[in-house]
Design a protein around this ligand. Structure first.
Ligand code: 13P
Length: 250
């Protein structure tokens, strides 16, 4: 059975006290959500520590939104995977389209970040997805395949067992435009097929999340699809009530 996951990517939102309040709100309502749903919240670096402390004793995991390519040393402004793990985080989002687009992340940098994550026992949530131009040109399959081949195919089988994938079409992120459930299923099934070509039956165990304007009103339909194992939620993760409602959508 694949893990069902609802992960909140808070991006560059919330001040520390607001983040703690949001985490408390999620924790307060988690009892109403099926235990079968794994909740993860990914706050900014500045409040990872306080959110980890806030969520101690709950079954809500904490992840970072990125990590450094290097182990340690003179890399001003960077945060290492070891630092993130030392705080008690279990996950790290890698390859988010905003990082690829605004900060020039390539498969080369992502291979290093993936290695650092695994060295420190973090589970990467590896993001793939096409932009609008690529979708309109019918290149979405090819784009996702390449993003997987160039990074995920370098993992060992053991590493692959600890990987979450998020399909996030760039045209649906923060735009209010969601992929239809059929579009999501089509590409999730394709991504799983690509994974199967390298990792065989283990591909059946890999959770593939949908991200892009996922909200309480559309989550149930998207999550009902066979190859959609949950969501990576941006805007709707900033309100405890909405995030919890998405968790209840399974
Ligand atoms: P939105 O849910 O705000 O569209 O963001 C999706 C996303 O990028 C999550 O990582």
């Amino acid at each position: 059975m694949r893990k069902k996951i609802v992960a909140g990517n808070w991006k560059m939102n919330t001040l520390p006290a607001e983040g703690v309040a949001l985490a408390k709100g999620v924790a307060a309502g988690k009892g109403e959500v099926c235990d079968c749903v794994n909740f993860i919240v990914c706050p900014p670096f500045t409040h990872l520590h306080s959110v980890v402390e806030t969520l101690k004793g709950t079954n809500i995991a904490v992840g970072a939104q990125d990590c450094a390519t290097e182990v340690k040393g003179a890399y001003t402004g960077e945060v290492s995977a070891q630092m993130i793990a030392a705080l008690g985080c279990k996950y790290v989002i890698l390859g988010h389209s905003e990082r690829r687009q605004y900060y020039g992340e390539t498969s080369e940098t992502l291979n290093k970040k993936m290695a650092r994550a695994y060295e420190n026992g973090l589970t990467p949530i590896y993001c793939v997805g096409e932009n609008l131009e690529e979708r309109e040109a019918g290149r979405h399959f090819e784009v996702c395949k390449q993003q997987i081949e160039e990074v995920v195919f370098n993992l060992s089988e053991e590493q692959f067992e600890n990987l979450v994938i998020a399909y996030e079409p760039v045209w649906a992120i923060g735009t209010g435009k969601t992929a239809t459930a059929e579009q999501a299923e089509e590409i999730h099934a394709y991504i799983r097929e690509v994974l199967r070509s390298k990792f065989g039956a283990k591909a059946e165990e890999c959770s593939i999340l949908y991200g892009g304007s996922c909200k309480p009103s559309n989550a149930a339909e998207i999550f009902s699809k066979a190859n959609v194992d949950g969501g990576l939620i941006g805007g709707a993760a900033l309100k405890a009530e909405d995030f919890l409602a998405i968790g209840k959508a399974f």
